[in-house]
Design a protein. Structure first.
Length: 86
């Protein structure tokens, strides 16, 4: 599966490779969290708290529609996924 990661927020303490790997695994293992079209998925990291303990973002289909949002611990230990664009 082709997944691109876009970091809109600069970070200094987050281990990006660990978080990206966790999200990649979550996408591959969740049959209900599929994009509306086959092809590339883009993961947008949108914000983090000042201490970089939590992070928020969205998963976007190749057509541009956000099909899921996520938030949780910036180390990937507890991420919660929700509905994307209505």
């Amino acid at each position: 599966m082709n997944i691109d990661f876009v970091w809109s927020t600069p970070t200094t303490t987050i281990q990006r490779d660990v978080l990206e790997s966790k999200i990649r695994d979550d996408i591959k293992n969740d049959p209900g969290g599929r994009s509306c079209h086959l092809g590339k998925i883009t993961v947008h990291f949108l914000s983090t708290d000042p201490l970089e303990v939590t992070i928020k973002g969205k998963l976007v289909c190749r057509c541009g529609k956000a099909f899921s949002t996520f938030s949780g611990a910036s180390d990937g230990s507890s991420l919660t996924y929700g509905a994307g664009d209505p």
